[in-house]
Design a protein around this ligand. Structure first.
Ligand SMILES: NC(=O)c1ccc[n+]([C@@H]2O[C@H](COP(=O)([O-])OP(=O)(O)OC[C@H]3O[C@@H](n4cnc5c(N)ncnc54)[C@H](O)[C@@H]3O)[C@@H](O)[C@H]2O)c1
Length: 437
C-alpha cells in the first residue's frame, strides 16, 4: 500500500510521519521547496511534542518528502491537508484546495490505479459536492465512486497533542457514498486507528460535524469565560472550583472549561467565522455563535480596561506579555489571543516586552523590531508597569516576589490563575477570581 499526503503543515506532516513510522509507504508533498528540504532532513517546521522523533523514525522507514505532486501516481490513498484560511469577511478561502484538486484530477486522468482521495482540510458543508467533486471529475475525465474514491475525512487533532491524536483520535468520520472505496477506507482506518469509533455518513454531514465540533468547543470556552467574569464581581469566588464541580457532571464534561483570555489558534476562530458566514448565507441567523464570538472579543477588551483602570493612559507604559503562543507546548502563534492583544496595545503606543519559551521566532515574524523580545521571564519583567500571564507555560509556576522585584509597578493580570495561591507583593488580578476579602 502507498499513501500520499498533500500539504505538510500541522495536519499533513503529523499524518505522514505517523503513517510512515508505522511502516506504511508514504509520500509527503508540499509546494514549499524550503519546507520540504528541512523536513527531509528530519527537522519539523514547527514545534510539536514527539514530532521530531516520529519524523526521524518515518524517514528511516518509508517516508519520502517531495514537492512533486506527480508522486501521487500509484498511491492507494491521497490525503489532502492543505490550508483553508479565512478571507477578510470571515468566509472560507478555498483557493488552495481548488488548486490542489485541479492538479490531482489531471494526474488521476493518466493513472491506471483507482485511488481514493480523502479531504482532511476543513471545508464548509456542500464544498465536496459543489466544488471539489466537479473539479476532480472535470480534470480527470473520470467518475467519482466508479473510477476513483472521494471521501470527506475531517481532522480533529489538537496541536500540542497532534501525534497522540493521530494515533488514537476520539473518532474517525468518513463522508461519502457507500461504495467499494468506502469499504476499503473503513478497513484501512480500522487497522490504522484500532478500537476508534468510525462514523460513516454523507459528505455534507461529515463536513458539518467538524464545524459542530469546533463551535461546541468555543461555546464552552465563552460560557466559562462569561461565568468567570461574573465571578470577578463576587468576592472570594473561584472559577477553577466551579469548573471542577460542573465538569464532574457527565452531561457537561471537564474539558474546555479553563477560563482565560479567550480562544485563539489557527482553527477555532477561523472555523467559527466560516460557520457564521455560512449560516448567514443560508438564511439562518447564528444568534448563539455570534454571542460566543462577541464574548471572545470582549475578553481582550476586558484585559485592556483593567489595565487602564489601574494605570490610566497606557501610552509609553511598559507592558509585559508572558506567552505569545496560542496555547502551551506549541510555537504556533496563528490567531493567538496574545498577538491580538499586542496589536491592540500597539495602537495605544504601549512599549511591549514579550517572553515565550517556544514562540519568539514566530512572534518576531509578525512584529519584527516593533516590540522587545526578552530572553527570560525576569528580563521581561524588568521596569514593567504590568505583567499579563496569557499562556500557562509550566515555568511560570516558579514566578515569585523575587521575579517581580524590578517591576516599575507591581501589577499582574493572571489570565491563567498560575499565581493564585501565592502571596505576592503586588496588585494581583486573575480572570475568574473574586477579589480576596
Ligand atoms: N492545525 C490544526 O490543529 C488543525 C486541526 C484540525 C483540522 N485542521 C484543518 O486542516 C487543514 C490544514 O491545516 P494546517 O494547520 O495543517 O495548515 P498549514 O497552513 O499549517 O499547512 C498547509 C500546508 O499546505 C501546503 N500547500 C498549500 N497549497 C499546496 C499545494 N497546492 N500543494 C502542496 N502543498 C500545498 C502549504 O505550503 C502548507 O505547508 C486546514 O483546513 C485546517 O483547518 C487543522
Amino acid at each position: 500500500m502507498k499513501i500520499a499526503v498533500i500539504g505538510l503543515g500541522f495536519v499533513g506532516l503529523t499524518l505522514s510521519s505517523v503513517l510512515a513510522s508505522k511502516g506504511i509507504t508514504t509520500v509527503g508533498i508540499d509546494l514549499d521547496k524550503e519546507k520540504c528540504s528541512k523536513i527531509a532532513k528530519g527537522t519539523p517546521t514547527f514545534f510539536e511534542l514527539d514530532l521530531k522523533k516520529t519524523l526521524k523514525k518515518a524517514l528511516k522507514k518509508n517516508l519520502l518528502i517531495t514537492d512533486k505532486l506527480s508522486s501521487i501516481n500509484n498511491c492507494d490513498f491521497i490525503f489532502i491537508t492543505v490550508g483553508t484560511p479565512q478571507k477578510k469577511n470571515g468566509e472560507i478561502d478555498l483557493s488552495f484546495i481548488k488548486t490542489v484538486v485541479r492538479s490531482v484530477g489531471k494526474i488521476i486522468l493518466k493513472n491506471k490505479k483507482k485511488p481514493i482521495v480523502l479531504i482532511k482540510s476543513t471545508v464548509t458543508p456542500g464544498t465536496m459536492k459543489n466544488v471539489i467533486l466537479p473539479i476532480l471529475e472535470k480534470n480527470s475525465k473520470k467518475k467519482a465512486g466508479k473510477d476513483f474514491g472521494l471521501i470527506s475525512n475531517p481532522e480533529f487533532l489538537q496541536e500540542s497533542k497532534a501525534i497522540q491524536d493521530t494515533i488514537k483520535p476520539h473518532v474517525v468520520v468518513l463522508g461519502g457514498y457507500k461504495t467499494k472505496f468506502m469499504k476499503k477506507t473503513e478497513k484501512f482506518f480500522s487497522r490504522f486507528n484500532p478500537n476508534v469509533p468510525i462514523i460513516i455518513t454523507n459528505h455534507q454531514t461529515a463536513e458539518m460535524i467538524k464545524y459542530a465540533n469546533n463551535s461546541f468547543l468555543t461555546t464552552k470556552i465563552s460560557f466559562i469565560n462569561q461565568i468567570a467574569n461574573i465571578c470577578q464581581a463576587i468576592p472570594n469566588t473561584n472559577i477553577d472550583d466551579i469548573a471542577a464541580a460542573i465538569g464532574l457532571d457527565p452531561r457537561i464534561g471537564n474539558m474546555f472549561l479553563n477560563a482565560g483570555p479567550g480562544y485563539g489558534g489557527s482553527c477555532l476562530s477561523k472555523d467559527m467565522n466560516a460557520l457564521i458566514n455560512f449560516s448567514d448565507n443560508v438564511g439562518i441567523n447564528p444568534t448563539l455563535l455570534n454571542a460566543v464570538e462577541k464574548i471572545n472579543q470582549e475578553q481582550i477588551q476586558n484585559i485592556i480596561s483593567l489595565m487602564e483602570k489601574t494605570l490610566g493612559n497606557l501610552m509609553n507604559k511598559q507592558i509585559t506579555i508572558l506567552g505569545t503562543a496560542f496555547k502551551p507546548n506549541t510555537d504556533d502563534v496563528r490567531d493567538s489571543v496574545s498577538i491580538a492583544l499586542i496589536k491592540k496595545l500597539m495602537k495605544k503606543k504601549v512599549k511591549i516586552v514579550v517572553y515565550d519559551p517556544k514562540a519568539i521566532k514566530n512572534t518576531k515574524n509578525i512584529f519584527g523590531e516593533k516590540i522587545v523580545y526578552a530572553k527570560s521571564v525576569t528580563d521581561a519583567l524588568d521596569k514593567s508597569h504590568c505583567a499579563i500571564i496569557m499562556v500557562y507555560w509550566k515555568q511560570f509556576d516558579s514566578l515569585n516576589n523575587n521575579s517581580i522585584k524590578y517591576m516599575n509597578k507591581k501589577f499582574i493580570i493572571d489570565c491563567r490563575r498560575v499565581l493564585a495561591k501565592k502571596v505576592l507583593d503586588a496588585e494581583y488580578h486573575a480572570i475568574g477570581l473574586g477579589q480576596k476579602i
